[in-house]
Design a protein around this ligand. Structure first.
Ligand SMILES: [Zn+2]
Length: 372
């Protein structure tokens, strides 16, 4: 008789993928050696930024369903034509809670917590999405990994918790300010790995029923010394768009009513620094910057940037003693998992329904082969 599963979903913000290696992250590396690692990492949607990525991770849905299409917020644009500022579909945490499973949430970004509607969880830290006074904050005003330590270890030590979501933010802040390969960023990654080690040790007593999935939302690259890209300043593109919002190395544009979308795509994609585009709705265009380039916006990170194609990869590691880990590990070694694939996969292990999920249940093909 199988014991009831326990799942820990550990998510790093802006983890620099090049720093995932045995000497730098020994506990994460060993976890993946014993379970499974996607050799080229996992994949994110576009833009490769925090809110769309993590909302897809926890809902299993794409951004056109959950509605969170950018991390930038500006009234009129967001919420508005460029998306919502709260997910429109429930997360796996909500689905688990609704069927009576015990959940816990520990997050280093209280604003992201609100985007994913995890601020209403009575088992969440920070409580109600409000960081308690006296909490140690990083340079961007988010709780440090050290500030989360006691909360995540407490949740990991509680055998009654069925599903634990942990979000660690500090790698993102250091990556933006100092760069993905800076010594201080590397130190942060090392100490985050040590914290993972403590988390795994706290899970050890119940290891045989535990699944640990480790992901991140996007990679980080160095900004190159080029001017920022402003689609509205281009004379060739004049009149083709009537609003836009930058999201790091990506930008959403709303085309002017009556503008020919094909001409708009031709002109905007020919701008210096634009590498690619996505056209989804008749009047909505996503521009993606070339490596090292970023769009003009109120806050432009000094050193590390993300949002385009080159940062659309994630950590993708699975470990634990639960029997599903071997299958899942084998699967992600073969096929790079997308962020939206994790929630339906973990929902299967927990035997809960996630009707709004659009991702692939990574355990499905093998399960049906076994059944057939
Ligand atoms: Zn992020």
């Amino acid at each position: 008789m199988l014991k009831r599963p326990r799942i820990v979903l550990l998510a790093f913000d802006g983890f620099p993928l090049d720093l995932f290696r045995p000497a730098m992250t020994p506990r994460l590396w060993q976890l993946g050696q014993d379970g499974g690692i996607a050799p080229q990492g996992g994949r994110t949607g576009l833009p490769s930024t925090t809110y769309p990525g993590f909302t897809s991770l926890l809902t299993g849905a794409g951004q056109w369903s959950h509605g969170v299409r950018t991390t930038a917020q500006r009234p009129g644009a967001v919420p508005g034509w460029a998306g919502a500022n709260r997910t429109a579909v429930p997360t796996i945490m909500h689905a688990a809670r609704d069927v009576g499973l015990r959940t816990a949430v520990v997050m280093g970004d209280h604003q992201l917590q609100r985007v994913m509607v995890l601020d209403d969880f009575d088992t969440a830290w920070p409580p109600a999405g409000i960081v308690p006074d006296g909490t140690e904050l990083d340079a961007h005003g988010y709780p440090t990994n050290a500030a989360l330590r006691s909360h995540l270890l407490e949740a990991a030590s509680d055998p009654s918790v069925d599903l634990l979501f942990v979000h660690l933010n500090e790698t993102d802040t250091l990556g933006h300010d100092l760069g993905p390969n800076a010594p201080a960023t590397a130190r942060c990654v090392r100490s985050a790995d040590a914290l993972v080690g403590e988390l795994l040790d706290a899970l050890a007593p119940d290891w045989e029923r535990t699944v640990v999935a480790v992901t991140s939302d996007h990679d980080m690259v160095l900004r190159l010394p080029f001017p920022t890209i402003d689609p509205m300043a281009s004379r060739d593109c004049a009149g083709l768009a009537d609003d836009w919002i930058a999201d790091g190395c990506a930008a959403w544009l709303r085309l002017t009513p009556g503008a020919d979308p094909h001409m708009a795509i031709d002109r905007f994609s020919a701008m210096h620094g634009v590498a690619a585009w996505r056209w989804h709705e008749p009047n909505i265009l996503l521009l993606l910057a070339a490596p090292g380039r970023i769009f003009a916006q109120p806050y432009v990170p000094i050193t590390g940037i993300h949002g385009s194609l080159d940062t659309a990869r994630t950590l993708a590691i699975v470990g634990g003693g639960h029997p599903a880990v071997d299958e899942l590990g084998a699967r992600i070694r073969d096929v790079a998992p997308r962020l939206r694939d994790w929630a339906p996969t973990l929902a299967r292990i927990l035997e809960i329904e996630l009707p709004d999920a659009e991702g692939t249940d990574l355990l499905e093909p093998m399960a049906s082969r076994a059944a057939g």
